[in-house]
Design a protein around this ligand. Structure first.
Ligand SMILES: Nc1ncnc2c1ncn2[C@@H]1O[C@H](COP(=O)(O)OP(=O)(O)OP(=O)(O)O)[C@@H](O)[C@H]1O
Length: 250
């Protein structure tokens, strides 16, 4: 990781209005390159909205939001940012391999068949779905379908991978394996990952954290620094401490 590189994401006074509500309220933060940053917050705190803004899929965004040196949603980012939505985004009536074949063609129609096959084999290995390559997605478990979506996002070897609650509904072993994969991608390929979750124990697995509550940023720090600053033992306790502190201040 090059710690001197400009951040992968830079937000200044980022605000999003949905309906009549201000769902993200003047957020300032950066996401460093080559690390796993967790976007943590309770249900409804604005995580998906922030992710949608990052990938250019959210209306009524104001303030500045730069991604890999371009305004969020810029066409130049299309091949550089991988996005995995909360619900699996693969075709249920195709096999895992057929999905990957299809998306590999969409990503680069001019690539040779051998190049595409190599990318597909690597993505299947990354998410540990090689044994299910020929299964129809409709026959996969929830966790396997999520991993199939992740494999699609990995195909283009994105510089920034944005994952919206990728571990929801997974058993503890699969969750642990996915977090290992996230760190491997960051350490070995220098990929920047932004991973949202509402499960606070997952926060402990991140290099850095953005703690969100009711559209406001409560903290932007490492888990160690957060625990030290709040004199707590877990990030969950730190989060609660910060919630109480914010309530007292307002
Ligand atoms: N289409 C919409 N119109 C108006 N408000 C909306 C709309 N979609 C979401 N919201 C509101 O925006 C807020 C943030 O929603 P968001 O989906 O970003 O939260 P989240 O942290 O991702 O939640 P979860 O963990 O449950 O997915 C919520 O209060 C929600 O009610």
């Amino acid at each position: 990781m090059n710690s001197h590189a400009s951040p992968a994401v830079r937000a200044a006074a980022l605000t999003v209005v949905r309906g009549s509500r201000t769902v993200l309220d003047s957020l300032d933060f950066t996401v460093p390159r080559g690390q796993v940053t967790g976007l943590l917050g309770p249900s409804g705190s604005g995580k998906s909205t922030l992710i949608r803004a990052l990938v250019g899929a959210q209306a009524k965004v104001s303030g500045a939001l730069d991604v890999l040196g371009h305004p969020a949603g810029d066409p130049a980012l299309r091949d550089r940012v991988g996005y995995v939505t909360q619900s699996p985004s693969v075709y249920r009536d195709l096999t895992v391999s057929q999905n990957l074949e299809y998306f590999a063609t969409v990503i680069d129609a001019r690539a040779s068949r051998a190049t595409r096959r190599a990318a597909i084999t690597k993505a299947l290995t990354d998410v540990d779905l090689t044994d299910h390559a020929d299964d129809l997605v409709s026959r996969l478990s929830g966790g396997q379908s999520s991993r199939a979506s992740l494999a699609v996002a990995l195909l283009g070897n994105p510089e920034l991978l944005v994952l919206d609650e990728p571990t929801v509904g997974l058993d503890p072993v699969l969750r642990r394996d996915l977090w290992k994969l996230f760190h491997r991608l960051a350490d070995e390929r220098g990929t920047t990952l932004l991973v949202s979750s509402h499960v606070m124990d997952e926060a402990e697995r991140c290099d850095r954290l953005l703690l969100l509550r009711e559209g406001r940023l409560l903290a932007d720090d490492t888990p160690d620094a957060l625990r030290a600053e709040t004199q707590t033992k877990t990030v969950e306790e730190a989060f609660l401490h910060l919630v109480d502190k914010a309530a007292t201040a307002s």
